[in-house]
Ligand binder design. Structure first.
Ligand code: NAI
Ligand code: MG
Length: 366
């Protein structure tokens, strides 16, 4: 066990540094009140790194990211750095490089409905009240990466666009294992989604998940669902699920669908996990789902909850500090219950508060 809990902060661009500042305050609180100390270093990513070094992620920052226990990222991007000709010089390339180099194959996207925000959803309150599900999306394989890919001329003025859905048994098993282990710590229920009815990669997915279940996870209740039915069931009766595991493409869509049942982008956290090392520690990156929000950047308007909830995931999954994660989640729940609202989660009759005041309130509640 490493003596210190090492964290790398990459605030990034736009509202990234504003929301990450609130995480700093919670870290200070943990140090003072919980006697849990983090060794925090800070680096540049995205546009901020392009301005300083000409690249969206320097080798030194990447080396640092590989050395720490977990990376906390704000957001990257903005109109200033839009580069239509050189993709490698865009801010997003920094984030993609991080994900790839850290080998982050499992993307965890919770969809949790906070009591105070039940009315912010477009779904009926009784369908989503108390919702707490977790989607595990495979992040480094599948149709976004499979070969062959590309656009080719096939004669007579026709062109053909190709992407290939590819999964190997080990890619399926490692993400399924993460999902089974998470299910064990939650409601002990896992639903695997693919389209085994029309895709061989989906059939292999189903076979491997079933096999792994039989070998190691028989205590977890496993079900399978075709992803299109899954999309319908999520809207019809989302509370039937606990943990969902699915591939990169379906996970991209289903996690966005599930997220929107809960209200605002400003409330959505995420975690991305890699393979465990010999000590069982995984490389990990935690970040809000939202981007750098250039339209509100620099005005102390951003909702810091998504980033604070990402930090709670970091405590839970990288440091086994479940109790502290729950304290943060409950503090946010209570502050929202008290009527505190940033502009993105405003409701009639409520006063709008700033990023800083939201942070103040959460710290006071803690
Ligand atoms: P965005 O998520 O930055 O913003 C979408 C809308 O939601 C905006 O109106 C914004 O004001 C609002 N919003 C987002 N987060 C909020 C928060 N915490 N509190 C209150 N309101 C919030 O997505 P958009 O506008 O498509 O992209 C802006 C930039 O961010 C682009 O450069 C894009 O490439 C980048 N981006 C980066 C991501 C990342 O770092 N992981 C993810 C998505 C976009
Ligand atoms: Mg998406």
């Amino acid at each position: 066990m490493a003596a210190n809990k090492k964290l790398l902060f990459l605030p990034g661009d736009g509202i990234g540094p504003e929301v990450m500042r609130q995480v700093r305050r919670v870290i200070d609180w943990m140090d003072r009140k919980r006697k849990i100390t983090f060794d925090v270093s800070e680096g540049l990513v995205g546009g901020a790194a392009i301005d300083a070094h000409g690249v969206p992620l320097s080798d030194a920052t990447l080396a640092e990211a590989l050395a720490v226990d977990a990376v906390m990222l704000g957001a990257v991007g903005g109109p200033k750095w839009d580069n239509p000709t050189d993709y490698t010089k865009r801010p997003e390339a920094g984030l993609l490089t991080l994900r790839k180099e850290l080998g982050l194959f499992a993307n965890l996207r919770p969809a949790v409905v906070f009591d105070a925000l039940v009315d912010a959803s477009t779904l009926k309150a009784d369908v989503i009240r108390g919702l707490d599900i977790l989607i595990v999306r495979e992040l480094t394989g599948g149709v976004y990466f499979g070969e062959p890919r590309g656009i080719t001329e096939i004669g007579d003025g026709e062109r053909r666009g190709v992407n290939t859905q590819v999964y190997t048994t080990s890619e399926i098993r490692r993400v399924a294992r993460v999902a089974f282990e998470l299910a064990r710590k939650r409601g002990n229920k896992l639903c695997s989604m693919e389209k085994a009815n029309v895709m061989e990669s989906g059939l292999l997915w189903r076979q491997e998940v079933t096999k792994l279940h039989g070998e190691e996870f028989q205590d977890v209740e496993l079900s399978h669902m075709y992803a299109d039915n899954g999309a319908m069931q999520l809207l019809k009766n989302p509370k039937q699920f606990d943990v969902i595991v699915t591939d990169n493409l379906f996970g991209d869509i289903l996690s966005d669908e599930a997220a929107m049942m809960t209200g605002s982008l400003g409330m959505l956290p995420s975690a991305s996990l890699g393979a465990p090392d010999a000590n069982g520690n995984r490389k990990a990156l935690y970040e809000p789902v939202h981007g750098s929000a250039p339209d509100i950047a620099g005005r102390d308007l951003a909702n810091p909850c998504a980033t604070l909830l990402s930090f709670a995931m970091c405590l839970r999954y990288s440091f086994n500090l479940d109790e502290d994660a729950k304290l943060i989640e409950r503090a946010i729940q209570n502050v929202l219950g008290g009527g505190m609202r940033t502009s993105d989660i405003m409701a009639p009759g409520m006063a709008r508060c700033s990023t800083t005041v939201m942070g103040d309130s959460i710290l006071r509640e803690l």
